[in-house]
Write a new protein. Structure first.
Length: 582
């Protein structure tokens, strides 16, 4: 009897669930462009308000979990005539495209102000809204990441982690920044926070993102202007910490008819102190060496960037966007390092190392994108990007060695040189469409071709290069990565959301280096799935499974050279030639 009662209750629950329906549609203007954030109001048959929604970026809206009944649906948008219709809802209703016509009523003046929450939590990501963070003013993208939840920035080891996981990929407007380590941090410092709309911290990247990167994805969204006429903003700032820092920038957009011209530029200068203290205890065959080192390193950092782009609407459903950008990061210092020695084998009491160091990274980017709206809720896009990085790291040293009585024993002059050009060609085609009111499909193909060279040289006082298999190298790498993916996103009722995807990648790598060549091919599938249950607006539980691959960053393939004291490199005529310390 109890079992029958349970079955009847469960059957009643299923009937009640099946009795819930939804209304969906897409709102556009007379030219077919989506009307974003239109108000959708659902009223009962007597005209009393029941529920309200807003249309999304594609003009789409969904009102769900409705019992069968008669309703009145009303849609409003500023500058357009209201849309109103009576509906007898007996099953899921897809209204298709709803066209709003321009209203002839002229408004005197309407000012609408609103402020998003500083942090928004979504099913697979946390969104940081920069305009709601007063502390972001006058900073840069790296400063902003340091203020973001679940992000840790270690400037000493040049590492960015998400939820304690390393291997984070960084994107700008859904396009990957192919830098890592110190080069990545330096590039992020070149992006002023005034040019950033939001930062997406994606813990469980969907299949549309590259399979490498085991720590998640950080996607930085830059400002765009779409209103007619001339729009823009400018800012200047100044401050003082260890030294003076100042900068400024501007963003502009000019739109007339089908043509949209946009761009930005920024400058940032900062004086900083990058002192270091190193203590070492090394056991050689001849005895023990103890060294205590302090380096006084006043540095200047300059970041400069600019972008210019053009968008053209061929017709309401087809657009072309092309832009080019340039960024430079220049870091320089004059360092003075004193190292004191104790132990059994060093005739030197202390030494002084004067170093003139600089590190310049130039980044060039050219991009072409074509977007096509196939039908309501279906979009196709094609992208081609060329990225080039030119890294130059010259360093000049003067070393003086002193005995116990502070008498100068010897002095020498030498230098290091490091040049690293990187080139990338990336092409991709992506499709996104809504299969049903609750299910969205994403699919695409992508090809990436990369070429990296690294030349590291150690020069003597005469400017002659010293060939050493440990400390000098000329490396060349070429790699092609080909990928295809399929991803489904959807909702189950009002509480559950899910994502399921599968990505296939094939890579072919050829590396030529002094210590040996490497040729490698990898072919495999990368599945991912996540399910999230929302208990309230601020409480949810997520379960996720994904497979990724950890590829070595280009920073690891193109190492730099640092000189600390006479025992960093042992010359052929040095008495301790066989003892080396990197």
């Amino acid at each position: 009897m109890r079992l029958i009662l349970i079955l009847l209750l469960f059957l009643g629950f299923l009937i009640q669930v099946r009795a819930q329906h939804q209304i969906t549609g897409t709102i556009t203007d007379e030219q077919g462009a989506p009307l974003v954030y239109s108000n959708i109001l659902l009223l009962n048959a007597e005209g009393a308000f029941l529920i309200g929604e807003l249309s999304d970026e594609s003009g789409h809206f969904t009102i769900g979990e409705l019992p069968a009944a008669r309703y009145i649906l009303q849609i409003t948008a500023i500058g357009y005539t209201d849309w109103r219709q009576s509906i007898d809802l007996t099953s899921d209703l897809e209204l298709g495209t709803l066209l709003l016509t321009t209203s002839s009523l002229e408004l005197e003046e309407v000012t609408v102000t609103a402020q998003k929450a500083a942090f928004e939590r979504k099913a697979d990501r946390t969104v940081v809204n920069v305009s709601s963070l007063p502390t972001a003013a006058g900073g840069n993208a790296l400063d902003l990441l340091e203020k973001s939840p679940t992000v840790q920035v270690d400037r000493v080891s040049s590492n960015v982690s998400l939820l304690g996981q390393n291997g984070v990929l960084v994107f700008i407007n859904e396009k990957r920044i192919r830098l890592d380590g110190a080069d990545l941090l330096q590039y992020l410092e070149s992006i002023p926070s005034s040019n950033i709309v939001s930062v997406e911290l994606i813990n469980h990247p969907p299949a549309s993102y590259d399979a490498d990167g085991t720590g998640g994805v950080i996607n930085i969204i830059l400002k765009e202007y779409e209103a007619d006429g001339f729009n823009g903003s400018a800012n200047v700032f100044s401050g003082y910490g260890i030294g003076l820092k100042y900068g400024g920038g501007f963003v502009f957009n000019v739109k007339t008819g089908k043509v949209n011209v946009y761009g930005d530029a920024s400058v940032f200068q900062n004086a900083t102190q990058q002192n270091s203290t190193i203590a070492s205890n090394i056991q050689f065959d001849q005895g023990q060496l103890i060294a205590e080192q302090f380096s006084n390193r006043p540095a200047t950092i300059g970041n400069y960037s600019g972008k210019l782009g053009l968008s053209y609407a061929i017709h309401p459903k087809t657009s072309v966007d092309v832009y080019g950008s340039y960024a430079r990061r220049h870091w320089a210092l004059n360092a003075e390092t004193r190292t004191s020695y104790l132990g059994d084998i060093s005739p030197i009491q202390y030494d002084l190392l004067l170093g003139n160091e600089s590190n310049t990274t130039d980044q060039y980017n050219a991009s072409l994108r074509v977007q096509q709206q196939l039908a309501d809720g279906h979009h196709l896009s094609g992208d081609y990007d060329y990225l080039a990085f030119r890294m130059d790291n010259p360093t000049d040293y003067q070393l003086q060695n002193f005995a116990d009585n502070s008498q100068l024993i010897s002095q020498s002059v030498f230098a290091t040189r490091k040049e690293t050009p990187l080139d990338f060609h990336v092409g991709r085609i992506d499709y996104r469409g809504r299969l049903t009111s609750r299910v969205e499909l994403e699919a695409g193909i992508k090809a990436t071709f990369s070429q990296v060279q690294n030349n590291t040289a150690l020069l003597n006082a005469q400017g002659e290069a010293s060939t050493d298999p440990v400390f000098t190298d000329q490396m060349k790498l070429q790699e092609g990565i080909y990928a295809a993916y399929l991803s489904i996103n959807g909702t189950l009722g009002e509480q559950y959301t899910y994502t399921a995807g599968l990505r296939y990648e094939y890579s072919d790598l050829d590396l030529q280096a002094a210590q040996g060549d490497v040729n490698r091919q990898i072919s495999r599938l990368f599945p991912s799935v996540s399910v999230t249950k929302s208990f309230s607006a601020t409480s949810r539980l997520s379960l996720a499974y994904r497979e990724r691959i950890a590829r070595p960053g280009f920073q690891n393939l193109a190492p730099a050279f640092f000189f600390f004291n006479p025992y960093t490199v042992q010359w052929d005529d040095h008495p301790w030639r066989n003892s080396r310390k990197r």
